[in-house]
Design a protein around this ligand. Sequence first.
Ligand code: BT5
Length: 248
Amino acid sequence: MPDALTPETVEPLLRGRFGRPLHYADRCESTQRLLEPALAEGAAAVCNEQTAGRGRLGRGWDAPPGTAILCSVLLRPPPARAVAELSLVGGLAVAETAEAALKLSAQIKWPNDVLVNRRKVAGVLAETAGETVVLGIGLNVNQTREQLPADATVQPASLLTTDGTRRERAPILADLLARLEEAYDRWRAGGLDALYDGLGARDFLRGRRVFVDGEPGLGIAVDRSGRLEVEIAGARRLVESGEVLFER
Ligand code: BT5
């Protein structure tokens, strides 16, 4: 099956301004480092293999060559908008993309994971560089179970391990870029309020037993400013950033 993410394959499938220009590398350390800040908003970098893929908080992101979508997009958000919200904007676009491919519902685990059947199929990383934000997305497409990390805190999955179907990555990448552009434009104009129906409906931690800094509690909801409301020892608390674990 032809399965390249080169510009010749992807560009004819693009529906909007995101993905132009598209920078492709067969192999790179991280797509997060391939975008010059002077490029147009929506410029994207993709690769077939990352040698030092990055997660949040100094963690790594791993995928065997040719199995996943590893993509970064350059954004220039208005100063009035909170950059931390972009992980959720990206998460929503990835969740919709996974749903369109799988015909199954996907959830967003605050602040940056996309889950299907309680397993992580994608992660989003927003990094600020001056006035730009590089939004990185890793979506597991064709990894087999053995090719997914064995030691991850949230159990991983790929589209392949979810429904047994091997897929071409280029149409999924083009769909993801179009959905990201749409979600981003709505956020630019109206903040998370404008995306709240889609986010709220996919809020994985709502009503779930969680651990925040080791303390057990209950997930209430992601609020309209992108914070996670939790209840711990009978008191409501808003979590701004970090990691929340859930009971399997
Ligand atoms: C994330 O971090 O979920 C953000 C991942 C962003 C990756 C993209 S790929 C394109 C762009 N270029 C980059 O260098 N990065 C971005 P975090 O929540 O910190 O999750 C990282 C943790 O997930 C690791 O510590 C592993 O346990 C686990 N992990 C690593 N690879 C994984 C994979 N392919 N699928 C699921 N989990 C994975």
